[in-house]
Structure formats: structure tokens, C-alpha cells
Design a protein around this ligand. Structure first.
Ligand SMILES: [Zn+2]
Length: 342
């Protein structure tokens, strides 16, 4: 599927500062007047004055090895090692800028009445990106990603140490990421109910080194309340088995590996109305659900609400763990076998 992306609109909507912030680089830069200077993030230079950003012109220049510069698209393309088009699509995803399936369709401008007549201009492409400010919250589904991460390492020790098999790792497309915004993380592809890739979650491989490093990183603008992880696979399974609802990606993947293939994850301990509706799609009218949230304060608090909401539509059983802190991925193969054959 190809998406139409307006380079000019992307350049107008995203600032170099926002891009540096996205990469977690902004703190390493000094500001003086309308410009920033710091070490070059492209050739990984040490000289703290070699790389300069003009906030006014929204462009960058490296006076070191790179000997050149450009705009936000050039920067992201160089940093990600991708084309300008891929860079533009990545920026649209990170900053929630609209793209269009076809160039002919007019831009959707939420909350505003359509402008009846725009005077014809030389540049009359839809200025779609102008409508929203970066990071703005908006309802509605996440757009399918225009790219897939390449060269992920599926043999990273973190994955094998979690006991995941090569088959599981391949099925879920897991891998260690060397390049781009998820560098240094294990990525988990997230699909919508139709099986389209909508985002990558990045799991720090182990215990994060400090409080500023989150265990999970999700792309800015990704709305997890709009998705249920693994739903597209769960819907492909025979519906005579109960549907397991868990919190985390790896809980879900662990159960899947142990033969509980009708399993989805909420990516947290809450269930949004959209998620409740999505879960219904994986159920027949006499369908059954097993809610299996973590045995901790958040899990217990969420459990009751999740069960109450789902019980309006189907038969719900709650799984309670015997020990504090237990969660689905701490269940052994034998315990999972018992769950499979209740
Ligand atoms: Zn450079």
C-alpha cells in the first residue's frame, strides 16, 4: 500500500529541535540565540561545535566529516539510512501528521468546517500537516506504518534468555534494533485487527540503567488504547477455545508459545472502550474470556474494571495467581498445560 506524503508540509510541521528531542539528543546541544550547536549525531563526532542547527531556518549543518547539511528530512534520512520518502513517512508517524492513501482525496481537518474555496496557488497540494500540532492527541485508529524495520537481530540473548523459541521470535517478528529511534531495544511489531503493522514497541533488553530510560518505548503519537496486541492472530484461531486477555507483550507471546494461541494483550492494565469492542470481534456469541492480569496493585485494580466491562457481552473468568508479583510469563510449561486443558 502506498501513502501520499507531502514533503513540504512535513518540513513545515516538524522542527529540527523536535527531531533532536525525538532522538533524545537535544540535551547535548547548546543554545545561543537562534541556533543550537553540539557534536554531530550523524558522523558521531566529538567536537561540540561542529554540528549547528538554525532554529529560524529549520536546517542543520555539519562542519566536520559530513561537510554539508539540510532540512529535517535530510537529517532523518541520514540518521536512519533511508530514503527521503521513508524519512517523511517516519516523521508523519512519530509526530502524528496525516498522510493520505491517494493524492486526490482532500485532507481531513478534524473539528473544522471545510473551506469552500481556496484560491488557486502555484503550490496547491493539500497542506495536510498544517492542521495538527505535533504530538496532539486525537481519537481514531493508528495509521499503518509506511515502512518496516530492517536488519533486526532475532538471536539477541535477551530473547533466548526469556525462553523464546526461534519459531516464536520469527512469528512475532521480534529482534534487536541497531538503527533509528529504537536503537538498543528489542522491538515488538504491533498490528491492528486487520493485521497491518501500525507501530513498534521497544523493550529495553534487561533492567533499564536509570530512571530516564523507560522499560518500554512507544512511538510518539501512537494510541495504544486503539489496539489490542495479537488480535489479528487470535482471530485466526478456532473460536471454541477461551480468549485469554493479558497485560504485556511478552505475557502474550509466552502463552502463545505454550499453545494458548487465542491470547491478546492490552498493553497495560486498563481496557478502553475501543479495546473492548475489538476483543468482541474475536468472540462468537457464546464466547468465553479468561482475564489474566498481573498479580500486583495495578493488575488487581484493572482486573475488576476489565472484567466488568467485558462481562456485559460474554462469559468472563478471572485468573488469580497464588503469589504476589506473578504474571502470565512466570507460569511454567506444566501450569500452562493445565490452563490449556481446563
Ligand atoms: Zn557530521
Amino acid at each position: 500500500m502506498s501513502r501520499f506524503v507531502d514533503f513540504k508540509a512535513v518540513k513545515a510541521a516538524v522542527t529540527m529541535l523536535q527531531v533532536l528531542e525525538h532522538y533524545g539528543l537535544a540535551a547535548g546541544f547548546n543554545r545561543s540565540g537562534n541556533s543550537l550547536s553540539g557534536p554531530c549525531p550523524l558522523h558521531h563526532g566529538e567536537n561540540r561545535k561542529q554540528f549547528r542547527v538554525s532554529l529560524e531556518k529549520n536546517c542543520w549543518n555539519c562542519f566536520g566529516t559530513c561537510k554539508g547539511g539540510g532540512n529535517v528530512l535530510d537529517f532523518v534520512a541520514r540518521k536512519e539510512g533511508c530514503s527521503l520518502r521513508e524519512a517523511a513517512l517516519a516523521l508523519c508517524d512519530w509526530f502524528e501528521l496525516p498522510t493520505q492513501e491517494k493524492p486526490a482525496r482532500p485532507a481531513r481537518d478534524a473539528g473544522k468546517p471545510p473551506t469552500p474555496e481556496t484560491p488557486p496557488k502555484a503550490e496547491s497540494r493539500p497542506k495536510a500537516a498544517k492542521a495538527k500540532s505535533p504530538g496532539a492527541e486525537e481519537d481514531g485508529p493508528n495509521k499503518p506504518l509506511g515502512f518496516a524495520l530492517q536488519n533486526l537481530d532475532p538471536e539477541h540473548p535477551y530473547l533466548t534468555e526469556r525462553g523464546l523459541s526461534a519459531e516464536t521470535i520469527a512469528e512475532f517478528g521480534l529482534g534487536y534494533c541497531h538503527k533509528g529511534s529504537m536503537t538498543g531495544r528489542i522491538v515488538v511489531p504491533i498490528h491492528n485487527a486487520e493485521g497491518q503493522l501500525v507501530a513498534y514497541a521497544g523493550r529495553w533488553p534487561g533492567v533499564p540503567p536509570d530512571e530516564d530510560t523507560p522499560k518500554y518505548k512507544l512511538p510518539p503519537g501512537f494510541r495504544k488504547a486503539q489496539e489490542v496486541f495479537n488480535l489479528h492472530r487470535a482471530m485466526r484461531e478456532l473460536q471454541d477455545k477461551p480468549l485469554f486477555v493479558v497485560e504485556g507483550f511478552f505475557d502474550c507471546i509466552w502463552l502463545w508459545q505454550h499453545g494458548i494461541r487465542r491470547v491478546v494483550a492490552l498493553m497495560g492494565s486498563t481496557l478502553s472502550p475501543v479495546q473492548a469492542a475489538l476483543v468482541q470481534r474475536a468472540l462468537t456469541p457464546d464466547g468465553r474470556i479468561v482475564v489474566m492480569l498481573d498479580e500486583d496493585d495495578a493488575g488487581r485494580a484493572g482486573r475488576e474494571k476489565v472484567v466488568n466491562r467485558l462481562a456485559l457481552h460474554c462469559f468472563v473468568r478471572t485468573h488469580v495467581f497464588t503469589h504476589e508479583g506473578q504474571q502470565p510469563d512466570s507460569l511454567t510449561a506444566e501450569q500452562l498445560e493445565e490452563l490449556r486443558t481446563p
